[in-house]
Design a protein around this ligand. Structure first.
Ligand code: HEC
Ligand code: HEC
Length: 447
């Protein structure tokens, strides 16, 4: 297409050059002609100048005029269809160029505004955050809050839902970026960032691999938690790090981090990755007695800064390691139902409480709940028995993205969809397999 485009452009340039040169030549001879008129008044007047006789006028002169007319007609006849033929290519080239430009600009804007928390390329990272006491606003502790990876964001949310989060931020940790939430970025800047995010979405294999890595890591922690000695050792190292972080002294923090790494290395040797992977596969069988543990590992998956987990929205404190972090009095920030350091998994936070049978009354049958988790919620749309969707519950199954096609605001991106992908819809890969969603649902319904 680019080749055809340049060919058409060259033809256009040649025609333009011919027209200009022709005009200059005509002007030149015309001027020359008028200069030649010297002599008496009777010879001077142009209309009195003897012209060709009828013989020449009716033959040579007439032929010349007709021929130049024909040539001009031919030029127009060839140039116009050529131009017309190049039109779709030019349009596609424009859309492609714009897509490229937006992706580049978006990458720059992302690195500037988002990467400090979400990591380079949206791989996931952490946001430094100060926990304050509700009511008084007194400082409690500074913590590292997971900022989820955005490389499967477009599976979880439609682009309109993403724009909502960008406009208003989330939970005071994720800043508001759009004008409606008092942020600094324009609607178009947000669209440009989303165009970039399209280019960093993982494919199906990469998402599955990342989810599995998280399960293996979770399995290791599960085995550690079943060994009192090892879990005490790990908890002590985590506590030392949390304490060090409250001091803010880099040397102290580094030392604590090194201590924790040492313990983690040891745990990796005791519970090897191969063993853990085999165990995860084993318990993923619905008839295995530890099937619900498999559901829990999925629910609490820490891979890619919690991007695939449920706990980051449904479990208080989980996003900032609350059970390990401590307040200024040295107490853990999060206590479980029995008052021990730990989380109430699914106890509710940004997303509703999923424990004590609440999911059973919302979704009398498991299949209804599975469907809900596959596609998530939509703003203003009811779900379950009495649920009111806000669009903030992500979907975890494959998602067809046609939301921007319906959104006149983002005309350019709509064109990318239609013209570049060659179809009306774009598909984003599933984060969780059908089996994994079923396992999470079984786990949740047991809470
Ligand atoms: C100060 C750190 C910080 C910056 C800067 C930041 N974010 Fe976030 N972002 C977060 C945190 C933390 C969360 C998770 C919030 C929560 O747990 O509710 C989040 C959540 C999100 C979400 C929701 C994702 C999901 O799956 O729930 C999106 C989308 C997002 N950020 C996009 C962006 C973009 C785009 C930018 C740049 C314009 C950006 N963020 C800049 C910290 C940040
Ligand atoms: C980004 C935050 C977020 C994540 C991650 C998330 N949820 Fe939710 N979830 C919500 C919100 C918010 C709602 C409430 C519905 C709404 O506002 O649209 C909700 C609602 C639900 C409900 C309905 C509960 C009720 O009683 O109405 C279930 C069940 C649920 N989520 C399960 C899950 C599962 C399973 C996962 C992980 C696979 C998950 N959620 C991940 C935010 C989240």
């Amino acid at each position: 297409m680019i080749l055809a485009q340049t060919a058409v452009r060259n033809v256009g340039l040649v025609i333009f050059a011919i027209v200009i040169i022709g005009f200059v030549v005509y002007l030149f001879f015309n001027l020359l002609d008028s200069k030649g008129e010297g002599g008496a008044e009777i010879e001077l007047a142009a209309n009195r100048k003897p012209y060709f006789d009828d013989d020449i006028l009716e033959t040579r002169k007439l032929d010349q005029s007709l021929m130049s007319g024909l040539v001009l007609l031919a030029v127009i006849g060839i140039a116009l269809p050529l131009y017309w033929l190049g039109e779709p290519g030019r349009h596609e080239g424009y859309v492609e160029n714009t897509l490229e430009l937006w992706t580049e600009d978006g990458a720059e804007a992302f690195e500037e505004a988002c990467a400090s928390c979400h990591g380079g390329g949206g791989a996931g990272g952490i946001a430094a955050f100060a926990i304050t006491e509700a009511g008084t606003g007194n400082f409690v502790a500074s913590v590292d809050w997971v900022a989820p990876s955005l490389t499967s964001l477009l599976t979880r949310f439609s682009e309109e839902e993403v724009i909502h989060t960008l406009n208003f931020g989330r939970n005071g940790v994720m800043p508001a970026w759009g004008a409606p939430g008092g942020g600094a970025l324009t609607a178009q800047q947000l669209e440009i960032i989303i165009t970039y995010l399209r280019s960093v979405q993982k494919d199906e294999d990469a998402v599955q691999a990342a989810v599995f890595d998280g399960l293996v890591e979770g399995a290791r922690l599960e085995w550690v938690s079943r060994d009192p000695e090892l879990s005490a050792e790990l908890a002590a190292a985590q506590r030392t790090l949390a304490q060090a972080q409250q001091t803010g002294v880099p040397g102290v923090i580094e030392e604590a981090q090194a201590g924790l790494s040492e313990v983690q290395k040891k745990l990796g040797e005791v519970f090897t990755t191969d063993d853990m992977a085999a165990w995860v596969n084993e318990i993923s069988d619905p008839s295995h007695e530890e099937y619900l543990t498999y559901g829990k590992l999925l629910f609490t998956n820490r891979a890619d800064a919690g991007g695939y987990s449920c706990a980051r929205c449904h479990t208080a404190g989980w996003s900032y390691d609350g059970a390990n972090d401590i307040d200024l009095n040295g107490d853990p920030l999060t206590l479980d139902a029995d008052g021990n350091p730990g989380y109430v998994q699914g106890g509710g936070w940004f997303g509703p409480n999923l424990t004590n049978g609440s999911t059973h009354s919302q979704f009398p049958r498991s299949e209804q709940m599975i469907d809900f988790i596959r596609i998530g919620s939509e703003d203003g749309i009811r779900y379950g028995t009495a649920g009111q969707g806000s669009g903030q519950m992500p979907g975890f199954a494959i998602r067809q993205d046609d939301s921007l096609n319906a959104n006149a605001q983002v005309e350019h991106v709509r064109e990318f969809n239609v013209d570049v992908a060659g179809e009306d819809v774009v598909q984003w890969p599933a984060i969780l397999t059908e089996e994994q969603i079923a396992a999470i649902v079984a786990y949740e319904r047991s809470l």
